[in-house]
Design a protein around this ligand. Sequence first.
Ligand SMILES: Nc1nc2c(c(=O)[nH]1)N[C@H]1C(S)=C(S)[C@@H](COP(=O)(O)OP(=O)(O)OC[C@H]3O[C@@H](n4cnc5c(N)ncnc54)[C@H](O)[C@@H]3O)O[C@H]1N2
Ligand code: MOO
Length: 396
Amino acid sequence: MARREGATAAWDRARAAARELGERTGPSAPRRVPLAEALGATLAADLPALVGIPDCDTSAMDGYAVCGPGPWRVTGRVLAGAAPTADALAPGTAVEIATGAPVPPGTTSVLPYEHAREEGGGAVSGETEPDRHVRRAGEDTRPGDVVLKQGAPVTPAVLGLAASLGHDALRVRRPVLAVLVTGDEVVRTGVPGPGRVRDAIGPMLPGLADWAGARAEPPVFLGDVREGLADALRSAAGSGPDAVAVCGASSKGPADHLRSALGDLGAETVVDGVACRPGHPQLLARLPDGPAVVGLPGNPGAALVAAVTLLAPLLSALAGRPDPAAAAPGRAELSAPVRPHPVDTRLVAVRLTGSAAEPVGHDRPGSLRSPAAADGYAVIPPGWSGPLAEIVRLPR
Ligand SMILES: Nc1nc2c(c(=O)[nH]1)N[C@H]1C(S)=C(S)[C@@H](COP(=O)(O)OP(=O)(O)OC[C@H]3O[C@@H](n4cnc5c(N)ncnc54)[C@H](O)[C@@H]3O)O[C@H]1N2
Ligand code: MOO
């Protein structure tokens, strides 16, 4: 395997290297998808308004569109959905109007029903001021305005906005993550029997991928056979994903074949182990002219740390958006003492309360109990004396 960094990387350097690899090889190819499939993706193009908001002068209230000073003689009624009329209101006249309905030309304000007094003879009066409760054409958005720049995450509000501006589809990026789960002992469903272990990494990856603006494909389950892993990597790469996550097989055991499989395939190593606890066997490589490969250690707690260290920076860079793990607060004071590791950076699961970070406890590489109750990890480098620590976020 061609080596770029070779030796174990410092935790912060590994994280930066994953982001850099994503930026160097990305962003992932844009696709035009219907609005219903775009949630969670990243805009690959600026979003223009195909129509003004509102597209014509409309009423913001149910009441009367009036012209000039009152009282006003009511001459008709306009409901929402009516086509804008060319017939102008004359001074001293009004039409009953519904919220969202086009006001006639000449409208000077809208008088809500609850502010109107019946004057008899089909006339109304009331206090109003020029332009009150009238939404002028394009006052929110003019046709052609760019309302969002490329790189914006597609949220529910973005979908609603895009629809209101006349879009049925959006040009977006959403990197695809292929997933290989190794281990003869790993079972997919039910209560594992003696010596068996239930896959706990596969179920985490769709949510982790979404969080970073990507999409995880359903996992492919493999045994521990070395040739099987190289073949599976080759076939996973052949289906054109932007990255491949391999769960397990990252260490030095008799059945841990990820490094040798990558070597057989001529992969370029970017990060070969990270000086952190848990998660030190994690790795990052790139197949020749192919996707990035992230090796997530088999211990689920270590796999989650590796997902935050390597996978989230890589996928978010491929999506063209910021790393979600780097979201605020950035730093917090630990509310209880934590012992640093002599040489490695510790990632300690914490709950965030106000400006403080409270260690959850129960930190074990094979367990997800502490991160399941946490908002993120406190980053504790060797020699740390606290109480302030960098915080990396977990998806909630
Ligand atoms: N001689 C050494 N042994 C180990 C080292 C080391 O440095 N030298 N590192 C340890 C650390 S740290 C970790 S983490 C693990 C990494 O192991 P692998 O990535 O090779 O994974 P496996 O050996 O296949 O499994 C380890 C452990 O995790 C369980 N596992 C595997 N896959 C899953 C899954 N999808 N869901 C839940 N649990 C899973 C597996 O049954 C093992 O118990 O290596 C240490 N050893
Ligand atoms: O990565 Mo291992 O402890 O660090 O489970």
